[in-house]
Design a protein around this ligand. Structure first.
Ligand code: NAD
Length: 298
């Protein structure tokens, strides 16, 4: 018998995730205050209720997919007192490690169980059920959540105790932001020195400068036809989201006394870029490097 699920947050990610659970036979009761999100979820066959409390009451598992840590904590404060004792709270939002730990502690203090389970894979991964989940929390709770996570994702990694799932997420995205900026600087330098994008790709993709940013997500059109650069930098992964994740990483660096100079700088570079380009794919940072170097578009 599959678990009964309360699902809060039916946005770009949560909507298709909830729909996949329904398709797999889970009894899902969902809430989102946004009329557009509700309309889409209804089309996808997700049963809606009128409040978070109604979604969470009497459920075995409560899943949240929300925009930020404050919202997750506020929603937990509302739901924890009404949920059946022992409910498994599963937060899939990307939030600060400290908020994730605080939310989980509040759940445990109220007699429940909690996992942080942020994702990567974007909207396409959410729709296809091929997300990667990075999970923090106790092993028995992880084991209980696993079948559900495997419906929504293709890869599920138990990273450690509470908050460590979020740690994996921000460490990965900090590295991705840094490597995209570094790659963009190298590409623009290559352009200036007369190196074609294809020659750059042919050499670097099999040399020591190789990265996912280059081989899967090349920020200039041509070498990787599926990358957003070939589609006028439509996201993909929007700059607004990279800016958010780098902000969380920069805060975690500061809070933990890590001398993360490049991580801080990457956060600052994307913070500035976000002021003009929040809706563009984050790989469009290459156009910013070019503009700031006084170079014309390639
Ligand atoms: P979104 O803004 O599309 O969805 C958030 C939804 O939460 C909205 O529909 C909003 O109406 C709803 N909401 C707000 N208050 C609520 C409440 N009290 N109860 C229930 N629902 C409420 O955001 P998204 O793109 O789906 O992202 C969700 C999370 O996933 C974020 O933390 C984001 O960083 C993370 N994430 C997003 C992507 C991506 O590509 N979009 C990729 C990986 C991780």
């Amino acid at each position: 018998m599959s678990k009964t699920v309360g699902f809060l947050g039916l946005g770009h990610m949560g909507g298709p995730m909830a729909a996949n659970l329904v398709k797999a036979g889970y009894d899902v009761r969902a809430f989102d205050p946004s009329p557009a999100a509700r309309e889409q979820a209804e089309k996808d066959g997700v049963a809606l209720v009128d409040s978070g409390v109604a979604a969470a009451t009497g459920r075995e598992v409560v899943i949240t997919m929300l925009t930020n840590g404050k919202l997750v904590r506020d929603v937990y404060a509302e739901l924890l007192p009404v949920a059946t004792p022992g409910t498994l709270f599963l937060d899939c939002s990307t939030i600060d490690v400290a908020d994730a730990k605080a939310a989980a502690e509040a759940a445990v203090a109220a007699g429940h169980r909690a996992l942080d389970a942020p994702v990567s894979g974007g909207v396409t991964g959410a729709a296809a059920g091929t997300l990667t989940f990075m999970v923090g929390g106790e092993e028995p709770d992880f084991a209980e959540a696993l079948p559900m996570l495997e419906v929504m994702g293709a890869k599920v990694v138990h990273c450690g105790v509470s908050g460590v799932g979020q740690a994996a997420k921000i460490c990965n995205n900090m590295l991705l932001g840094i490597s995209m900026i570094g790659l963009s600087e190298a590409l623009v330098l290559g352009e200036k020195l007369g190196l074609s994008h294809q020659s750059f790709f042919d050499v670097v993709s099999t040399a020591s400068g190789q990265s996912w940013a280059l081989t899967t997500y090349c920020p200039v059109p041509g070498p990787v036809p599926t990358s957003p650069a070939n589609n006028d930098y439509q996201p993909g992964f929007a700059t607004a989201l990279m800016n958010k994740d780098l902000g969380l990483a920069a805060e975690a660096l500061r809070a933990n006394g890590i001398d993360g100079q490049i991580g801080q700088l990457a956060a600052e570079i994307y913070r500035r870029f976000n002021e003009t380009s929040a809706d563009r794919d984050f790989s469009a940072i290459v156009t910013e490097v070019r503009a700031r170097s006084g170079e014309s578009p390639a």
